[in-house]
Design a protein around this ligand. Structure first.
Ligand code: NCD
Ligand code: ZN
Length: 462
C-alpha cells in the first residue's frame, strides 16, 4: 500500500516543480546509502539502503545499482530519522526569532527528519484556517517533514475542523492558554478532551498548574524565578489532568516533565504518554547562578537530586519520548532580568549529540535512544510509515558517527538563536548526514538542500 506521507511528499514535489529554485525530479530522489551499519530495530547489520521516490525500496548486504546518487556510509551508523514532537519553529510574525527555513535547517543538522511545531505563535495556531495558512507557508520553506500542533480550543466544531486540517494535537498550555480557554474549569477541559477523542486527535499539555497563584519570587534572579515555579505545580497539573483524562477517555501526551513521580503516574495510566527534555535530564538549577538567562526555560531547571532521579527513571524506561522543546528567542530578548527574559532555549542541534554521549558512556542503550527519539514519537502521533528502516517505510535516515568528539558551540548553530545552556559541553557522537525522503539535507556541517525541499505532514494521512 502506498504511504500517504509519501503521497503528500509527491504532491509537494509536483508543486515545487513550478518553482525554478528548488525544482527537483522524482528521479533525483533515488538514493543509495552505501555500506552502513543499519539499525534493524534491535541491532546493527552491515548493508546498504536503496531509497526510491522517497521510500525505502530495499535494504541488503550488497545492492547493485545503476548509477544512482549515493553516499559512502562505511563506518557510520544508519538510524531511522529522528522525530522531535515539541519544537517552536515560530515564523509568521515571530520570524525574527526563527523561521521555517532556519528552524528546519537546525533540525536536519541535529538529525531530526520530522518535527512537530507548537501553536504559541503570532498569530496563534488556534483555528483550522491558521493551520492551513502555516502549512502553506511551511511548504515553501521547510527542509524536513513538518507537522503542526494546534491550540486547545473550546468549540467542538473547530476541533473537528482542526482534525480535518491535519493538526497533530490540541495543545493545552495551562500557565496561559494560547486560545481563550478556561483552564481552571475541569468541565471545560473534559469537554475539549471528549471532542478531541471523538475526532481521534490527542491532547498535548504543558503541565504546570500555576493559574491563580501569586508569583512568590523573592528578587529578580533566575534561581529565584526557578524556585517560584515549584515542582508542586507540575504535580498538581498531572494529577488533575490524569483524573479528567480518565473520564474523557482521551489520549494525552504530557510535555517536558521534570519529576520522576510524574513519569511514574503517567506510565501507570492508559492513553497517557510522557516527554522529557535533554536540559531537564542533564542540567540543574545551580547552573543558573553562572549561565543565567541561557538556562532559563519553563518548566525551570530543578534541583540536582530531582534531575538525577529524572535521568535515572528515563534510563529505566519510564519516559515515552525525548523532545528538545526547541524554543528560540533573540539574545537581546533573553539578556534581561528574570521577570523580563522570555523562557526557552534552542535544542534541535544539541539533543542528539548529548544523548549519543550518554550512549558512549554506556548510560543509555542505543535501542532506548531510538525508541525515545524516533519509534515512540512516531507511534504517539500516528506517523505509521516512519521510524523504521525497512522496505516500504519512508526514506528518512540519519547517519551518525558514534565516535566523533566535538564541543557544543552555539555560534555555529543553523538556528537563529545562537546561545545554549550546553555551550562548551564535550560530546561524543555526531550527526554525519540527515536524509529526508531520500534527499540529503545536511551533510558534514553543511545544509545541502534548498528551502521547500521538505514536506508538510497532515495527521491521519501518514
Ligand atoms: C516556550 C516558548 O518559548 O515558546 N518556552 C519554554 O520555556 N519552554 C513556551 C513553553 O513551552 O512554555
Ligand atoms: Zn514548549
Amino acid at each position: 500500500m502506498e504511504s500517504s506521507c509519501v503521497r503528500i511528499a509527491q504532491r509537494n514535489l509536483a508543486r515545487s516543480k513550478t518553482r525554478t529554485d528548488t525544482a527537483v525530479d522524482l528521479e533525483d530522489r533515488n538514493f543509495l546509502v552505501k555500506d552502513a551499519d543499519v539499525w534493524n530495530g534491535r541491532a546493527f547489520t552491515r548493508g546498504s539502503i536503496l531509497i526510491e521516490n522517497g521510500r525505502i525500496k530495499r535494504i541488503a548486504r550488497r545492492i547493485i545499482d545503476n548509477g544512482v546518487e549515493r553516499t559512502n556510509a562505511s563506518g557510520l551508523k544508519a538510524l531511522p530519522g529522528l522525530i522531535d514532537v515539541h519544537v517552536h519553529l515560530r515564523d509568521m510574525e515571530l520570524a525574527y526569532k526563527e523561521d521555517f527555513a532556519t528552524g528546519t535547517a537546525a533540525a536536519a543538522a541535529g538529525g531530526f527528519t520530522t518535527v512537530l511545531d507548537m501553536p504559541n505563535t503570532v498569530p496563534p495556531t488556534n483555528s483550522a484556517r491558521r493551520v492551513i495558512e502555516k502549512q502553506k507557508v511551511a511548504a515553501q520553506k521547510t527542509r524536513v517533514n513538518v507537522g503542526f500542533h494546534a491550540a486547545a480550543v473550546s468549540d467542538s466544531d473547530e476541533i473537528e475542523a482542526l482534525a480535518h486540517a491535519g493538526a497533530f494535537s490540541l495543545k493545552l498550555y495551562m500557565p496561559k492558554p494560547i486560545a481563550p480557554f478556561d483552564v481552571e474549569n475541569d468541565q471545560a477541559i473534559e469537554k475539549m478532551m471528549r471532542a478531541a477523542r471523538h475526532v481521534g486527535t490527542p491532547v498535548t499539555v504543558h503541565a504546570e498548574d500555576i493559574v491563580g497563584t501569586e508569583n512568590t519570587s523573592q528578587g529578580d534572579g533566575f534561581e529565584q524565578a526557578a524556585d517560584a515555579r515549584s515542582p508542586i505545580f507540575e504535580t498538581r497539573a498531572v494529577e488533575r489532568l490524569l483524573r479528567i483524562q480518565k473520564k474523557a477517555r482521551c489520549s494525552v501526551h504530557y510535555c517536558h516533565l521534570t519529576l520522576r513521580s510524574s513519569l511514574t503516574k503517567i506510565s501507570g495510566s492508559t492513553r497517557s504518554t510522557s516527554e522529557v527534555t535533554p536540559h531537564h535530564l542533564l542540567l540543574s538549577k545551580k547552573l543558573l547562578s553562572t549561565i543565567g538567562w541561557r538556562g532559563w526555560m519553563v518548566p525551570p531547571l530543578r534541583s540536582e537530586e530531582t534531575r538525577q532521579s529524572l535521568l535515572e527513571s528515563t534510563l529505566a524506561g519510564l519516559s515515552s519520548a525525548i523532545a528538545s522543546d526547541h524554543a528560540p528567542h533573540t539574545i537581546k530578548e533573553k539578556d534581561q532580568s528574570a521577570s523580563k527574559s522570555p523562557p526557552g532555549v534552542p535544542g534541535l542541534e544539541t539533543t542528539l549529540p548529548l544523548m549519543l554521549t550518554l550512549v558512549n558512556r554506556q548510560q543509555m542503550p542505543l535501542s532506548l535512544l531510538v525508541k525515545l527519539l524516533s519509534e515512540n514519537p512516531a507511534r504517539i502521533f500516528g506517523l505509521k510509515s516512519k521510524a523504521k528502516l525497512q522496505k516500504g517505510a519512508d526514506g528518512d535516515v540519519v547517519l551518525v558517527d558514534l565516535k566523533k568528539k566535538s564541543k557544543i558551540d552555539s555560534s555555529k548553530f543553523f538556528s537563529k538563536a545562537k546561545f545554549s545552556p550546553f555551550d562548551g559541553f564535550k560530546t561524543q557522537g555526531a550527526v554525519h548526514s540527515s536524509i529526508v525522503s531520500g534527499k540529503v539535507v545536511y551533510k558534514e556541517g553543511e545544509i545541502v538542500a534548498g528551502e521547500g525541499s521538505g514536506s508538510v505532514l497532515r495527521s491521519g494521512s501518514g
